[in-house]
Ligand binder design. Sequence first.
Ligand SMILES: [Zn+2]
Ligand SMILES: [Zn+2]
Ligand SMILES: [Zn+2]
Length: 263
Amino acid sequence: MTLSARITFLGTGTSSGVPMIGCTCSVCRSSDPRDRRLRPSIHVDVQGGASILVDASPDLRQQMLTHSIARLDAVLFTHSHADHILGLDDIRRFNFVQKSPIPCYATSSAWENIQQTFHYVFDGMPRQGGGIPKIDVHDIDGPFTVAGVRVVPVPLWHGRLPIVGFRFGSFAYLTDCSAIPDDSWPLVAGVDTLVIDALRDRKHSTHFTVAEALDAIAHIAPRRAYLTHMAHDLDHAGTSARLPTGIKLAYDGLVLDTIVDTS
Ligand SMILES: [Zn+2]
Ligand SMILES: [Zn+2]
Ligand SMILES: [Zn+2]
């Protein structure tokens, strides 16, 4: 079965965000709101109510307030880099509002790093005063179902680090990748809407360039594709003007309608 869903881009910037602290380049000084990029994250709002967050960025609090997201059924982590996990502490508010732990999903190797970074959440020590986020830890080791929604993890290379993207029915989100393993192409075959990493034009060891992202998009051949995780090298208007038809730069606040699979 399928359900309609609404994808909101909560952040489309690289790890430093755009504008960057202390930078006076034209993109960092741009008055175009689409050149202001928080750290990378999306929200999947499924018809019937399931509310799924992909990654917990350092800007999570601001992103939840901006988009009036008051409930989370699950948080899915693509990997354990700081720009994707540092918002984890703010899950506390959802614990309070929902009066329950929040199910969180990551690969076992990502969990090892998350548990080191957030040692106080996982060390089991009693604490006085301020609370800690209460999360239900789930390992990703194949397709799974959260809040009735089918999720297919898509293994990716982020430099030498193995990470995962996620496919929800006709939509796939592949952030932070520099190569797609042979076995992962079939996992994204036939998607209608593809979101993919495109850091900048200059080669980078752990992220696709715009040209490399366009190659991957041509291979997957979705109806439409959006680039994300952009650095300040890419201005929205100028970069958009040179992209092929059907391919756009994502921007913070962009909303897409799509179809997800149920269990
Ligand atoms: Zn990142
Ligand atoms: Zn700049
Ligand atoms: Zn990363």
